[in-house]
Design a protein around this ligand. Structure first.
Ligand SMILES: Nc1nc(=O)c2c([nH]1)NC[C@@H]1CN(c3ccc(C(=O)N[C@@H](CCC(=O)O)C(=O)O)cc3)C=[N+]21
Length: 295
């Protein structure tokens, strides 16, 4: 029997409806319009399309959003100036600096300059530290999206063997921490694999829930998974182009190879990606409410 498809598109749509209702309520009852500024440096086509999607989603939900696009040769100090200006601008409750930045800009210097209250990516050390401690904070969007996917498909993590492939600051490390926490959505036994892991399949085959965020197209095959496992594919790899010039996407999981062995699986596209953008909207609303003392 083929795996049950976990539709990020459908679950994201449900959450977007919830957010849209909340945005209307904030407007009506508190004259509060959540605001998001997205900052894009350079002209990488993938980054352009992600930022466009973020702004489009914000508008649909009634969130005020503005995109600021700067040339690739923008200096670190110019970008820092812009971040400081946005920190002070009360129209914006959330600031997103699209990554990756051009190599002459130190990403940490920029991310650390964003006010933690406006850090809707959850990348600032204050929010990273709070996450680690289990304190309320702005959570990074992709890990938060994965928790929502599992919760809303009634997949329990308590006592489960969760194996994560990838140790990035954006996905691997924070999702590992969240799954460890002593609260619903956590309580898992967590293993994190990476490029130096000696026998990847030995670990991944033990997973009840396998989360793959390695950035290597189709690396996870049937031999890597246990029969009936939940497989969450975070990979978004551009592996080619259609005749019309549209990017062809592949996940980190070889979907065709795994689909008859997994119990449930997220597709790419249409799985984790739409959840990531939705959590950015949720964080923007949370930041706006916090800014005016509603949380
Ligand atoms: N400051 C910052 N924050 C981010 O959250 C951030 C970032 N930089 N840099 C790049 C990564 C990547 N990322 C994705 C978001 C949505 C989809 C997504 O919606 N994907 C669609 C397909 C989109 C397409 O067709 O290209 C899907 O999987 O169905 C993918 C990837 C956010 N990122």
């Amino acid at each position: 029997m083929p795996a049950t498809l976990i539709s990020g598109v459908a679950i994201a749509a449900t959450i977007r409806d919830e957010i849209s209702i909340e945005v209307s309520r904030l407007k009506d009852q508190h004259s509060l319009i959540p605001g998001l500024v997205t900052i894009l440096v350079g002209d990488d086509p993938a980054s352009q399309s992600y930022v466009r999607a973020k702004n489009a989603t914000a508008r649909v939900l009634g969130i005020h959003s503005q995109q600021i696009t700067l040339p690739a040769h923008t200096s670190e100090s110019e970008l820092l100036q812009l971040v400081h200006t946005c920190n002070r601008d009360s129209v914006f409750h959330g600031i997103l600096v699209q990554l990756p930045l051009p190599s002459h800009i130190n990403e940490a210097n920029i991310l650390f300059a964003i006010s933690p209250e406006k850090d809707v990516d959850g990348f600032h050390p204050v929010n990273v530290g709070k996450l680690m401690l289990g304190e309320p904070c702005l959570l990074p969007c992709t890990p938060q999206g994965i928790l929502e996917l599992l919760e809303r498909t009634n997949i329990s993590t308590s006592g489960a063997e969760v194996v994560i492939v990838g140790r990035s600051n954006i996905v691997g490390k924070p999702i590992a921490n969240l799954m460890l926490q002593k609260r619903p959505g956590g309580n898992a036994t967590v293993t994190v694999c990476h490029t130096r892991t000696r026998d990847m399949a030995f670990h991944t085959r033990r997973a009840d829930i396998l989360i793959v965020a390695a950035g290597v197209a189709n690396m996870i095959k049937a031999e890597h998974i246990k029969e009936g496992a939940v497989v969450i594919d975070v990979g978004v790899n551009r592996i080619g182009q259609t005749a019309g010039g549209k990017a062809i996407l592949a996940g980190d999981v070889d979907f065709a190879d795994v689909v008859n062995k997994a119990g449930s699986i997220t597709p790419v596209p249409g799985g984790v990606g739409p959840m990531t953008i939705t959590m950015l909207m949720k964080n923007t609303v949370q930041a706006a409410k916090q800014a005016v003392g509603l949380l």
